[in-house]
Write a protein that binds this ligand. Structure first.
Ligand SMILES: Nc1ncnc2c1ncn2[C@@H]1O[C@H](COP(=O)(O)OP(=O)(O)OP(=O)(O)O)[C@@H](O)[C@H]1O
Ligand SMILES: [Mg+2]
Length: 257
């Protein structure tokens, strides 16, 4: 039987009079890649902020490895549960090196609390190789500002993997990336899955998402409009058609056309 890593049950969240999420139920299994898709403002970022402990839901339950979370779910608790999130609105410190970005805020320190730069460099080097940084141009001491968008996502993913993410949550990792760069990010994600981690990622581009996800969750105006295994959807076009149908339904709430 497939094992559930995390599960959100009946999650509702409002900001003032905006109902960002209404009774959303979804889950992520172990070692699977789930694509969370939906239009602007559908509630995707809000949902993953709840999962990662940034926002508290107004109601609903969070379950981790089959156990219901009791009390307030926080960023710290999410981290210790192995949930690492790369948020849409929180970029890397681009003026710093790859190595520094990977360890920022959680440095490897030694005697007297000094940062062990050599050790961090070695670990960064190993991680970069593991997730498939193929370019020989970059070393752990390269400044992030010199990397392409896809490679920057790679650094964020390497950071998450170093901290033993069992669930890697990526908010729009490929937005504004070229196709080649997007492929690069996908290969980083596949490397994470290969290591036994799960990935929940948000994408606007269904054609891209279709290639890599094992399962899809479509959010529409704060509710789950559809979830499907990839095997149930014959093509990316089909998925796009579903999305269009939901969008059309939203313009004609009474079903008139
Ligand atoms: N902190 C906040 N305060 C007030 N309203 C918010 C806040 N965060 C989100 N919202 C509102 O909640 C709704 C869902 O927003 P959310 O950012 O989750 O959507 P999204 O699916 O991630 O969209 P996008 O594709 O544009 O990133 C929107 O109407 C948004 O304006
Ligand atoms: Mg968003």
């Amino acid at each position: 039987m497939t094992q559930r890593l995390v599960e959100l049950k009946e999650i509702t969240k409002s900001f003032g009079n905006v109902n960002a999420l209404t009774r959303v139920t979804m889950h992520v299994n172990k070692a699977e890649i789930v694509g969370l898709i939906g239009d602007n403002g559908a509630g995707k970022s809000t949902l993953i902020k709840i999962l990662s402990g940034v926002h508290s839901p107004d109601s609903g339950e969070i379950w981790v490895r089959g156990k219901k979370v009791e009390g307030r779910w926080t960023v710290e608790k999410a981290h210790s549960a192995g949930i690492e999130t790369v948020h849409q609105d929180r970029a890397l410190a681009v003026q710093h090196t790859i190595q520094r970005n990977i360890f920022m805020g959680r440095e490897i320190t030694g005697f007297l609390g000094f940062i062990r730069v050599k050790k961090q460099n070695e670990e960064a080097e190993r991680l970069m190789r593991e997730i498939g940084f193929t370019s020989k141009v970059f070393t752990p001491e390269s400044v992030v500002a010199t990397l392409s968008g896809g490679e920057r996502q790679g650094v964020a993913i390497a950071r998450a993997l170093y901290f033993e993410a069992e669930l890697l949550v990526l908010d729009e990792p490929t937005t504004a990336l070229s196709l080649t760069e997007t492929q690069k990010v996908y290969s980083f994600m596949l490397a994470a899955k290969e290591k036994g981690s799960s990935v929940l990622f948000i994408s606007h581009n269904i054609y891209h998402a279709y290639d890599i996800a094992d399962r899809f969750v479509i959010l529409d105006r704060g509710t789950v409009a559809m979830t499907a295994d990839k095997s149930e959807i014959e093509s990316a076009e089909r998925l796009v058609q579903h999305m269009k149908d939901f969008a059309r339904a939203s313009h004609h709430p009474e079903g008139k056309s």
